[in-house]
Write a protein that binds this ligand. Structure first.
Ligand SMILES: [Fe+2]
Ligand SMILES: [Fe+2]
Length: 188
């Protein structure tokens, strides 16, 4: 099957591993996140390795998002923390077992829900794309504006995305995890 450059930009090939557990809705989110990362990586003229890393974290980050709680706890060995933060660590664990050795890829996926102060650019790019992808129904104009400025102000947009997500977390009365607070203290 041949595809031209334009169709590739619009619909990047999202090939999930055989162990992935995602609904159709989740798959569409994954495709949008990956498309945004591919777009930024091309505009920033990243090296082939970094481009591949950004693409792969987009494809894989939510690969176990719809797995059962039992499976996620078995994979991570985590009996205590809330289920919604376990799919990143579970995918990282699964990928490591399969021989994935790129540290920035594993750490980006492992921490994509909470953030991590140890992140390289790959983790930050995924965190932004996950939030700024155009399919989310809220603050569309603000998020599109931020997505368009990642190329010219990567760190500024990252700080703003993190701030927005933390503000929402606090406003909703949800738990703020120490990893997120540590990350904020490195960029504020
Ligand atoms: Fe996720
Ligand atoms: Fe996601």
């Amino acid at each position: 099957m041949s595809r031209d450059h334009t169709s590739e930009m619009l619909a990047p090939e999202v090939v999930l591993p055989p162990w992935a557990q995602v609904t159709d809705k989740r798959r569409a989110h994954i495709a949008r996140v990956t498309a945004l990362l591919d777009q930024w990586a091309a505009a920033l003229e990243l090296s082939a390795d970094e481009r591949a890393a950004w693409h792969d974290v987009g494809v894989l980050h939510d690969a176990l998002r719809d797995a059962s709680e039992d499976e996620l706890r078995a994979l991570t060995g985590d009996r205590d923390r809330p289920m919604h933060i376990l799919h990143g660590p579970a995918v990282a664990e699964r990928l490591s077992r399969d021989g994935e050795r790129r540290r920035d890829v594993l750490e980006a996926i492992r921490w994509h829900t909470l953030g991590s102060a140890t992140w390289s650019r790959t983790g930050k790019a995924l965190y932004m794309a996950d939030f700024l992808e155009p399919g989310r129904p809220f603050s569309r104009a603000d998020r599109a504006f931020l997505a368009a400025h990642v190329m010219t102000d990567f760190d500024g947009v990252f700080r703003q995305v993190l701030r927005t997500r933390i503000e929402w977390t606090v406003r909703e009365g949800k738990m703020l995890f120490p990893e997120t607070a540590d990350l904020w203290n490195t960029v504020r």
